[in-house]
Design a protein around this ligand. Structure first.
Ligand code: CP
Length: 299
């Protein structure tokens, strides 16, 4: 059987994604009741990170360990890749030694190149284009609290970057309506946008959140854009998530942020602790959804 990769939500069929969310719920219950079976006993994951990570890395490391396997984290600078060893050679070498590779690269083309050269499954742990693992946790969290996300309205407010792109793909796979409010010059990739009719670009955060079931944002300057942070602060100033903005959504609307957040920028000082914010549950679900993903890809 051909190996499967998870580079984008579009690599899986909608029913497979739903299967992952359901399994993540079961794994969460098992985790809370003190343990689970160890289906990945003897299996090893290698994780290559070109960019910093807390949640993604810990979720995969703890997840592999809880499932009976083992994870090795490599910061790419510590490896021979940092000295110029080609991605394709690294992919072929790791394919001889481990069972699965988790890759966080700046360029999306690099994770694709890696996956094409690898003979084992490859997971995209975030690139500048997409962050599919985060969406598994987001959908799990929404469905735990509000039931199926299909047919609901999600408002994405802020930078039309990797999280926004993954929400566009998610709207297609899970069948929800997505409204995006981003400043001019920071709107999402037009090709990704053109892939679905479920998305509407709107002119203001207020328009996006009207009657919305879920509000989502991300930092204004993602990793790699730190030098633009000052300029972006003024461009995005009216896109901050506040309690007042949340008040304009549905009464039972939820708020999510993939974290890390910058209080005083895309969120005010207090909204992460508002009762409508589910960011801590969302972060915790990275563990369970990524365990479900590892199990799925490793059979
Ligand atoms: N949300 C997220 O991917 O967090 P990390 O960058 O800490 O992994």
């Amino acid at each position: 059987m051909a190996k499967r990769d998870f580079l984008s939500l579009l690599d899986f069929a909608p029913e497979e994604l739903n299967q992952l969310i359901e399994r993540a719920g079961t794994l969460k219950q098992e985790f809370r009741s003190g343990g689970s079976e160890q289906p990945l006993k003897g299996r090893t994951a290698a994780m290559l990170f070109q960019l910093n990570s807390t949640r993604t890395r810990v979720a995969f490391e703890a997840g592999m360990s809880q499932l009976g396997g083992h994870a090795i984290t490599l910061n790419s600078e510590d490896t021979q890749m940092g000295r110029g060893e080609p991605i394709t050679d690294m992919a072929r070498v790791l394919s001889e030694m481990v069972d699965i590779v988790v890759v966080r690269t700046i360029k999306h083309a690099d994770v694709i190149e890696f996956a094409e050269a690898a003979s084992i499954p490859v997971i995209n742990a975030m690139t500048s284009l997409l962050h599919p693992c985060q969406l598994l946790a987001d959908v799990q969290t929404f469905e735990e609290l509000r039931g199926p996300i299909r047919g609901k309205t999600v408002a994405f407010i802020g930078d039309g970057y990797n999280m926004c792109h993954s929400y566009i793909n998610a709207s297609r796979q899970w069948g929800f309506n997505l409204r995006i409010a981003s400043p001019e010059g920071y709107r999402p990739d037009s090709q990704i946008l053109a892939s679905t009719n479920n998305v509407t670009l709107v002119d203001s955060p207020q328009e996006a959140v009207e009657n919305a079931d879920l509000l989502v944002t991300d930092v204004w300057a993602s990793m790699g854009h730190e030098a633009e942070e000052r300029d972006r602060r003024s461009t995005f100033a009216s896109y901050q998530i506040t309690e007042t903005l949340l008040d304009q959504a549905k009464k039972d609307a939820l708020f999510m942020h993939c974290l890390p957040a910058k209080r005083g920028e895309e969120v005010n000082e207090t909204v992460l602790d508002d009762p409508r914010s589910v960011v801590w549950q969302e972060a915790g679900n990275r563990l369970h959804s990524q365990k479900a993903l590892l199990e799925f890809l490793l059979g």
